[in-house]
Design a protein around this ligand. Structure first.
Ligand code: NI
Length: 180
């Protein structure tokens, strides 16, 4: 396994739309393993392949407290969405920034697992939010796109400034706020 570099906003590569996976082979499984290693090292609860500059429809999630529930979604599709509500989101590609986003908090999703088998899952709350946040990444979309242009410009300036101060730094979760 290897640790991959996470792209940061406003890197234009984060705007790439990912291609579906045709076959879940060893190469895809290696990508899944690298995504998990990178996500856990960065203390995130989700990571999409787009964020490591691999433009395939693959994402990984672990919303458990003790990091014991790795879940893989290959070619994910949302079959049903319900109960929109506000949630505070952060993102490994937008380090240190947290803001409210309104999304459905109950979804039904269909995807392929690491074994290539199709499954369906009902997800609620943080899990539902996390899957949708990562699926946005696969479409080249970031959570800051839901915010106002003014806020986005401020975030961009703040990140530019921080990048100048420090060449690179891991994203850190602020008191209990998930970094997706
Ligand atoms: Ni993210």
């Amino acid at each position: 396994m290897s640790l991959l570099t996470i792209l940061e906003f406003p890197d234009p590569r984060l705007r790439t739309v990912a291609e579906p996976v045709e076959q879940v082979n060893d190469e895809v499984r290696r990508l899944v393993d690298d995504l998990f290693e990178t996500m856990y090292a960065a203390k995130g609860i989700g990571l999409a392949a787009t964020q490591v500059d691999v433009h395939r429809r693959v994402l990984v999630v672990d919303v458990s407290e003790d990091r014991s529930d790795p879940q893989v979604f290959i070619n994910p599709e949302i079959l049903h969405r319900a109960e929109p509500g506000p949630t505070q989101e952060g993102c490994l590609s937008v380090p240190g920034i947290y803001d409210d986003v309104e999304r459905p908090t109950h979804i039904r999703v269909r995807a392929l697992g690491r074994d290539g088998r199709q499954f369906e899952l009902e997800a609620k709350g943080l899990m539902a939010v996390c899957i949708q946040h990562e699926m946005d990444h696969l479409q080249g979309k970031l959570f800051v796109d839901y915010l106002s242009e003014l806020k986005r410009q401020r975030i961009r300036k703040r990140l530019d400034k921080e990048r100048k101060l420090r060449a690179s730094r891991p994203a850190q979760s602020e008191a209990g706020v998930p970094v997706i």
